[in-house]
Design a protein around this ligand. Structure first.
Ligand code: ADP
Length: 372
């Protein structure tokens, strides 16, 4: 569906994007994650044909963005970080304007009704965009991206500035859209990427530092190849625990097994380490099934996505030069500035921004009066 080959964007001497390649399959929700200045927006802007690349190729549905920009762009709905809204228009007037701009051939009334229903903005269609809350404005931004039903949606930081309820709504809407569209979204909020995306590309310093599901990335960057299992046998006994340890040790590819804590009466956790080459999960599943044991939990790695992100962007993973690896190894502060927030921190920052914006809007409203 989307194929990016050796993409480079140079600004003077600086390579903002330095030889990025990746593919996105139909119906996939791909998350772009990376610190500030990593090259996420530059990549998205090239994908949407908004800026040109210095070299490399982008194919959308087999169409080259540089060779046939109009045709390629027709397959893409784009929501930039700052939605392109004409705030003095009503929602209806604006969406009709976008409909004309995109030369949409779908039945106007039915299509706009569908898009508005999907984005839950039907109740504000007659209102001026400037009088809408940030959450509604963002949904109008999504609605404009959806006009003409593009197979690909590119969303740059779609939940920035929204309150927690609005964030949940937009996330579930994106998940829903992922069923019908191929979606690429960027975010600096790690739990968001984890909650919404099937696959993650971590971009750092203009290169792809990691590509895969959170589990795959975790397995690739740790040499430990550890997992924790919680297994329940019918006897709930210590003898059974020893039997489980022995059986796990006999699985080909397993290097080390240790029974850990008793989590519930007679139910233990088992730390399993593999040779790093063999995926033993199916063998473990079969072993447990054959013996009538229940797997209550299988956790591949203790690393959270946040740990992985830090490891990679601080130089303990890949995509870094030796000097920075040295800095990280010596435990000094890395040179990379990481825009890394937990969900709580992001919410607190956004709450503060919202309050400031509401205060400013309130003052403006007092001066001008409501226009509706
Ligand atoms: P991100 O979206 O990951 O925060 P960007 O793609 O915006 O990162 O930026 C990548 C790098 O390219 C940064 O170092 C940024 O300063 C630089 N850059 C982006 N746009 C321009 C521009 N128009 N001119 C010069 N440098 C730019």
């Amino acid at each position: 569906m989307i194929e990016v080959k050796h993409l480079v964007k140079r600004y003077g001497d600086k390579k903002a994007v330095n030889d990025i390649s990746f593919k996105v399959e139909k119906g996939e929700i791909l998350g772009f994650l990376g610190p500030n200045g990593a090259g996420k927006s530059t990549t998205m802007n090239m994908l949407t044909g908004y800026i040109s690349s210095t070299s490399g190729q982008i194919l959308i549905n087999g169409v080259d963005v540089l060779e046939e920009p109009k045709k390629a762009k027709a397959s893409i709905g784009y929501l930039p970080e700052i939605p392109p809204l004409y705030v003095d228009m009503t929602v209806d007037a604006y969406l009709n304007f976008v409909f004309d701009l995109k030369k949409c051939k779908l039945p106007r009334k039915a299509h706009l009704n569908d898009v508005c229903n999907l984005c839950k903005i039907s109740d504000v269609r007659k209102r001026l965009i400037k009088n809408l809350s940030k959450g509604y404005k963002q949904r109008v931004g999504l609605a404009q991206a959806l006009i003409n039903n593009p197979p690909v949606l590119i969303l740059d930081e779609p939940t920035v500035g929204l309150d927690p309820n609005q964030i949940i709504e937009i996330r579930s809407l994106i998940k829903k859209l992922g069923k019908r569209h191929t979606v690429i979204l960027s975010s600096h909020i790690l739990p968001e990427i984890q909650a919404v995306c099937d696959r993650i590309i971590i971009i750092n310093k203009g290169v792809v530092a990691a590509d895969g599901t959170a589990d795959e990335i975790a397995r690739n960057i740790t040499n430990e190849h550890k997992m924790t299992l919680r297994i329940e046998g019918p006897d709930h006994s210590r003898a059974e625990k020893e039997q489980i340890v022995t059986a796990l040790r006999n699985i080909s590819g397993v290097k080390y097994v240790r029974a850990d804590m008793e989590r519930e009466k007679g139910i233990y956790d088992y730390d399993v380490e593999t040779d790093g080459k063999t995926d033993v999960r199916r063998d473990i599943n079969k072993l447990c099934f054959d013996n009538g044991w229940n797997i209550l939990m299988l956790q591949l790695s203790d690393l959270t996505l946040e740990d992985i992100f830090l490891k990679i962007t601080m130089g303990e993973g890949f995509g870094h030069d030796e000097s920075e690896k040295g800095v990280a190894a010596k435990g000094k502060k890395p040179k990379v500035r990481i825009n890394l927030m937990t969900e709580e921190e992001a919410e607190a920052a956004e709450q503060a921004a919202r309050e400031a914006a509401e205060e400013a809007a309130g003052e403006a409203q007092d001066e001008k009066g409501d226009e509706e």
